[in-house]
Design a protein around this ligand. Structure first.
Ligand code: FAD
Length: 286
């Protein structure tokens, strides 16, 4: 279903959300979701707390979104058993989720040994569980700037090929800010026989401080000129303009480089995500 959308000729537009933590977050999420649906996105995705934290909230959000638009549920396997994973896969399918984004997750700070304690050790095993125990599609993660635990890009691509061979239909990328990193990833993937579409994940830079912090956490390199311009901005509004102008240019360059769509990290807010979508897709420009 989602694979069909991603492989059609017109690039897809999609948004990522996360399950809200409290009632205020709930109101903000649904307001943003309703606003962004007005742009007629092709699908949405909902993140998952590693270790299954907030699982019932994830399911409630997934079910509600899936009743309105094709929805991908992210699912992690860090610390999980095979039995609990199969149960969660079934509950996603019962909630009407179209696809699972099968990712490993990272050990939480409070339990650094979680990876060793779980029965599933890698996302590849989760891909296998989803394909064996459900009819949902499976997507996986890809890393334009190399996964922090990987030695090099060639290793990442080898793992991506294992996942494709196990049934993954597409990949979504980690946060990144340099078009060349995406082009190099796709080139290396194609040379190694990875044929699945690789959809870039794009973050609107509306809050410079927040995005720089997220980039640091994920290891994404922010171009030095952009950092300098953001630091030189005399007020927040100017920094926002600089960041959003960069994000829109970046997104357009990704599409021009052949990206099959843009998966926009909404962070549950609609204003910047909408601005980025309208700036990047001529069909949405006003
Ligand atoms: P894996 O594929 O298991 O890879 C982890 C490391 O092990 C890599 O270095 C890989 O090369 C290596 N490896 C894996 N399999 C093999 C193998 N067979 N042989 C040799 N080496 C192997 N985290 C969350 O907690 N919740 C989310 O909702 C979430 N959503 C995400 C969405 C996207 C698009 C991305 C890119 C990341 C997301 N993450 C999320 C973060 C993700 O959990 C971390 O990046 C995690 O460290 C790696 O996940 P993975 O699926 O790539 O793991």
């Amino acid at each position: 279903m989602i694979a069909e959308l991603i492989t059609r000729s017109e690039p897809t537009l999609s948004f990522e959300f996360f399950p809200p933590k409290d009632e205020t977050g709930e109101v903000v999420l649904w307001r943003s979701f309703d606003s962004l649906l007005e742009l007629s996105p092709d699908f949405v995705s909902v993140t998952y707390g590693a270790g299954g934290s907030n699982q019932s909230k994830s399911l409630a959000v997934l079910g509600k979104m899936a009743s309105r638009i094709p929805t991908i549920g992210h699912l992690t396997c860090v610390g999980a058993t095979f039995a609990s994973t199969r149960a969660t896969i079934s509950s996603f399918e019962d909630a009407g989720v179209a696809a699972i984004l099968a990712i490993r997750g990272d050990a939480p700070k409070e339990n650094p040994g979680a990876l060793e304690q779980g029965e599933l050790k890698t996302a590849l095993e989760l891909v296998q569980q989803v394909t064996e125990h459900s009819d949902m599609e499976v997507g996986v993660a890809a890393f334009p700037e190399i996964h922090p635990e990987s030695a090099d890009l060639a290793h990442d691509i080898k793992v991506l090929k294992f996942k494709q061979d196990a049934g993954a239909k597409y990949a979504f990328t980690q946060l990144f800010f340099k078009v060349d990193a995406y082009i190099d990833l796709v080139d290396a993937a194609r040379k190694a026989g990875v044929t699945i579409p690789i959809v870039p994940g794009v973050m609107p830079i509306s809050n410079a401080k927040g995005v720089l912090r997220m980039a640091e956490l994920s290891g994404a390199e922010v171009p030095a000129e952009l950092v300098a311009e953001l630091h030189a901005a005399t007020d927040d509004e100017l920094a926002r303009d600089i960041g959003m102008t960069y994000s829109i240019k970046f997104a357009k360059e990704l599409l021009a480089a052949g990206a099959p769509g843009l998966h926009i990290f909404s962070l549950n807010h609609h204003r910047a995500a909408e601005e980025l979508a309208r700036g990047a897709f001529s069909r949405l420009s006003r």
